[in-house]
Design a protein around this ligand. Structure first.
Ligand code: SF4
Length: 688
């Protein structure tokens, strides 16, 4: 056995894909990844993983990896030394800053990177360059959910642990294809359904796996979730089913909130959403009969012009029925990327310092000014959506983008790419020459998760360590080392030797992480924020207090604004989302042979009715055209979608990417693109 295991190294890591945060050991020999071994100690997943966590590691040794910095010379990239590349970065950023001021630069942190890297990116923007123009891709997904929770309960995170979901009597899943997007979390629900008779309501446009398993499936008209949620809540109140004691003791704003619901009758809701009054009543009854209700939601809710309002409506329903503060209750916005939670938590946002302290608060700024020894910018920063507009307006002239294929994953890709083409100077830091990197002046080669140390925070606010399993390939470097090198070239004097030192600094400055220390995160140990100085963490929020100074939750009254409409010729609604086998733009999963073999490319799902009407079958080639662009794609006829509703998976790094047809309209509060509010028309290119 000793001979057989010679040279084999076992390293604990955290999955680099979705926000569930599965952890496991990776077995390596040299640069070969021998296997992924989940272990019972893993706090989220135990011995489970999904297909991506188990097999999706082809990107690590991909021949496409960047191993040396690239510099654009006479329009083409040439490999250069780190010295040359960093010199060019310092010169490029320095020139823009000198000519146009610090707010002419924009910084995009990566939700695939670690907490420590997010912390350094916002520190670079604020303390070294002097701008609050820093953001991350939570703007593309869950910022509206965070907003809904900020308005009502205080913290922008799941209110309980993933394990608690099993204790719910009723789980409501809205706009989330959980079995494909958060597979290991979905197994909690499937198991509780089987073992405990847990009830499930699913509201979605697609009859996906969880919808088929649901006790009640609601199919609202696109963009109308707010209406059915408000109507169900009003019906509950009209029946006197609200939790009177909970409301009296722990919640403010009741009269104004009840007044705001007055027009949301079942009849109106049925007319707007297309859900029958009988099903709306049944949903209300199921909520009433369940002692513990939790709601899981994702991009089907948030990626709308009313994403923040619908997220708020979910939290209002939970407050009205007393479903916060106990295991099996509460709000679970399901975070997409492995570290989309942590990248926001650690301050890579224009309006917030680490731990969600407001950048406009002079006391917060002063604390950081003392610690960092610099004067910090007062002017509010631009979010990533505003940065693109600012480039077109000539106000933003340079960008530093880490690990984000923004030219494909931001909505209205043509508009974003046209903006990037206008930049005076652009640096992209990535493992691959992504579509976005093609616009850069300098490309810096970064390492994947297996080649660095740090922490990720999953959807349930759980901070977990990852350890270095492999040495960086070629001359690539961990992102935190590159950010530090860039900062120092721009005049800083950072001397971090290990990510643990970065976390220690963040913990000293941000009260939310006061007790987060690397020794408390050894191996499979983890902490869920807020973490008190003595290391006590918070698996369950709001048991006694909500996160407002007076400890009271707020019911938040709102009006409904219908989704955007497009000219009549765009007669088909285009939904989009994930596939189990691939992740986002696919830059990592399409480089894993097995996953690519299983799902080699994109397709658009259309209903049987529409296929019959247009005389096409699976395999037909069609062009989808919106006011913003077009994609050419093969058809898959399925009963998962209905009528004139289409579904295009977003996981493709090709010219068929869905964002060539999405538009620039956004959530009214957070500027999250309304990816789900798009109408297209379809031209048939080949019938089958
Ligand atoms: Fe990774 Fe998510 Fe799959 Fe777990 S469920 S293995 S975190 S992709």
């Amino acid at each position: 056995a000793a001979v057989r295991s010679q040279g084999i190294k076992r390293t604990k890591t955290v999955c680099t894909y979705c926000g569930v945060g599965c952890s496991f050991e990776v077995w390596t020999k040299g640069r070969h990844i021998l296997k992924i071994e989940p272990t019972p100690e893993a706090p989220v997943n135990g011995i489970s993983t999904c297909v991506k966590g188990k097999f999706g590691w082809g990107h690590i040794n991909s021949p496409d990896r960047l191993t040396r910095p690239l510099l654009r010379r006479d329009g083409v990239f040439v490999e250069v030394s780190w010295e040359e590349a960093l010199e060019a970065v310092a010169r490029g950023f320095g020139a823009v800053r000198e000519k146009y001021g610090p707010d002419a630069l924009g910084f995009i942190a990566s939700s695939k990177c670690t907490n420590e890297e997010a912390y350094l990116m916002q520190k670079l923007a604020r303390a070294v360059v002097g701008t609050n123009n820093v953001d991350n891709c939570s703007r593309y997904c869950q910022s509206p959910a965070t907003q809904g929770l900020f308005r009502t309960v205080g913290y922008g995170g799941d209110s309980g642990s993933i394990a608690d979901i099993a204790a719910a009597d009723l789980v409501i899943i809205i706009g989330s294809n959980t079995a494909e997007s958060h597979p290991v979390l979905a197994t909690r629900v499937k198991r509780a359904q089987k073992l405990r008779g847990q009830k499930v309501i699913v509201a979605d446009l697609r009859r996906h796996e969880m919808a088929r398993r649901a006790d009640l499936f609601l199919h609202p008209a696109p963009g109308t979730d707010f209406v059915w949620l408000a109507a169900v809540t009003k019906y509950i109140i009209d029946q006197g089913w609200e939790d009177k004691e909970f409301l009296a003791k722990r919640v403010k704003g009741w009269p104004e909130y009840v007044e705001s619901l007055k027009d949301f009758t079942l009849t109106r809701a049925a007319a707007v959403t297309g859900i029958s009054e009988a099903d709306l009543t049944r949903a209300a009854q199921m909520v009433h009969e369940a002692k513990r209700v939790c709601v899981l939601w994702a991009m089907g809710v948030t990626q709308h012009c009313g994403g923040s309002d619908t997220s708020t409506a979910i939290s209002n329903l939970l407050l009205v029925t007393g479903n916060y503060g106990r295991p099996g209750t509460g709000a679970y916005p399901l975070r997409g990327h492995n570290n989309v939670q942590g990248t926001s938590d650690f301050g890579a946002m224009p309006a917030y310092y680490p731990g969600y302290e407001r950048a406009e608060d002079p006391a917060v700024r002063q604390r950081y000014e003392v610690a960092w020894g610099v004067k910090l910018p007062e002017k509010p920063g631009l979010d990533n959506h505003e940065m693109v507009d600012a480039i077109h307006a000539g106000d933003l002239r340079a960008m530093y983008i880490i690990g984000e294929d923004m030219s494909l994953v931001d909505a209205n890709a043509h508009y974003v790419q046209a903006a990037f083409a206008k930049l005076d100077f652009m640096v992209v830091q990535d493992m691959f020459l992504s579509r976005t990197a093609e616009f850069a002046d300098v490309v810096l080669p970064a390492t994947p998760s297996l080649e660095k140390e740090g922490t990720f925070t999953n959807t349930e606010r759980r901070i977990q360590r990852l350890y270095r399993a492999l040495e960086p390939l070629g001359e690539s470097k961990p992102d935190w080392e590159i950010i530090q090198a860039v900062a120092n070239r721009l005049g800083a004097n950072w001397r971090y030797e290990h990510p643990g030192e970065i976390m220690a600094e963040a913990a000293r400055l941000a009260p939310l992480f006061a007790g987060v220390r690397y020794d408390r995160l050894e191996g499979f140990r983890s902490l869920q924020w807020p973490v008190a100085e003595d290391g006590t963490d918070s698996p369950l929020l709001y048991a006694e207090r909500f996160a407002f100074p007076d400890g009271q939750a707020r019911l938040y009254p709102m009006e409904w604004v219908p989704p955007v409409t497009m000219p009549e010729e765009y007669d088909l609604h285009l939904n989009n989302g994930r596939l189990l086998e691939h992740f986002h733009e696919g830059n990592m999963t399409y480089r894993t042979e097995g996953l690519r073999y299983k799902v080699p490319g994109a397709f658009v799902e259309i209903s049987r009715e529409l296929a019959e009407e247009r005389g096409i079958e699976s395999g037909a080639l069609v062009k989808l055209i919106s006011p913003f662009g077009e994609v050419v794609i093969r058809v898959l006829v399925t009963d998962r979608v209905r009528g004139r509703e289409l579904y295009l998976p977003m996981n493709t790094a090709t010219e068929a990417a869905v964002n060539y047809v999405t538009g620039s309209h956004t959530d009214r509060v957070t500027h999250t693109p309304a990816y789900k509010e798009i109408q297209v028309r379809m031209e048939i290119l080949e019938k089958s």
